[in-house]
Unconditional design. Sequence first.
Length: 123
Amino acid sequence: MQELVEVKVNDNENVMQAVQKVMTEKDIRLFVPVEASGSIKNFAISVIGKTCSLQRDMTGRSYEIGSMSGKIHALTDGFLWDLSIIVRGNGTGPVHGTLKDAVAAGPVSLTFRKVNMAQIRIA
């Protein structure tokens, strides 16, 4: 049975720090996103296309979260984020890439599936 964990992020709170705090408090080693709603601002997203670039918007403008996929691993010396995100700002095209940093623009709700590493079997 899968266990879902909802992470509520408050306005102006760092999204990544909020997720890492929950993972540490609940001793979660692997998180996989299931659902994401809300908006972010002051973000950095690594975009890979013909070239690789870091898209930043530190203006405080709000971008709605369209989708999120990937995983977050808790390691002995930190966290490994491999989280792909699509966001869209008012009057802007979508930005798609790997999330590097973000602040909540209003309430953000993230639901993750907790993966029990002990139950993973390699065939």
